[in-house]
Design a protein around this ligand. Sequence first.
Ligand SMILES: Nc1ncnc2c1ncn2[C@@H]1O[C@H](COP(=O)(O)OP(=O)(O)OP(=O)(O)O)[C@@H](O)[C@H]1O
Ligand SMILES: [Mg+2]
Length: 236
Amino acid sequence: MYDQTPLLSNLNPEQLRAVTLPSESALILAGAGSGKTRVLTTRIAWLLQTSQVGSGGVLAVTFTNKAAKEMMLRLQAMLPVNVRGMWIGTFHGLCNRFLRAHYKMANLPQTFQILDTQDQLSAIKRLCKQHGVDDERFPPKQLQWFIAGCKEDGLRPKDVDVRDDETRRKVDIYQLYEDQCQREGVVDFGELMLRSYELLRDKWEMTTKVFTHSEVREWATWPTLCASLACSTKSS
Ligand SMILES: Nc1ncnc2c1ncn2[C@@H]1O[C@H](COP(=O)(O)OP(=O)(O)OP(=O)(O)O)[C@@H](O)[C@H]1O
Ligand SMILES: [Mg+2]
């Protein structure tokens, strides 16, 4: 029955099986160049075409802008949908959009600014100067890695396991950095992800209404937080 549908006619049997899996959680593992993008985009198109999901109910996340663009182009070629209005993009891009849409709940100003890694380093240097941090003992770059690493692991300052004085000091600086960012209404790349994750985790009611389907990719290359973020949406 399915292979009479034009949308499904360009799939091999394994791909067809993956695309037409029931509308529930499914993990599809496939190697490089094996047709992952074809499967994911066709699955989205098929779910839309068969009215199993509305275009606002799909969340499709990729790691790079290039992959996100490719997904949108391929989906657009299959169905007359406005892909720009759909939640298709990179982790950081979608988190930014998500936080802007729910800035109040995320405790952010509507016009929050994003710090790139250079801005983040400058902010840390400024902070260290203000608080007389010895930059030989605690080089700003190292502090930047520490903070980014904590955020990537989903850890706020209070969650970090402190076993020695050096870590204690680093965690104090992490807290000061957080306070400074919050005061100035800025978020770094890690914060985009961590705050979105916390929002999805803590305001589950609200977010499950937003996404009923999530399509996620390239597990092996994801840091911990990306995986948690993907899992905190309803299905993947
Ligand atoms: N069933 C198929 N019949 C013909 N061509 C196919 C089929 N499946 C995939 N292809 C082609 O193979 C190429 C790779 O497919 P695709 O980009 O979907 O794979 P991928 O696993 O996402 O690749 P990558 O690992 O590079 O991201 C594309 O040119 C695609 O059109
Ligand atoms: Mg691909």
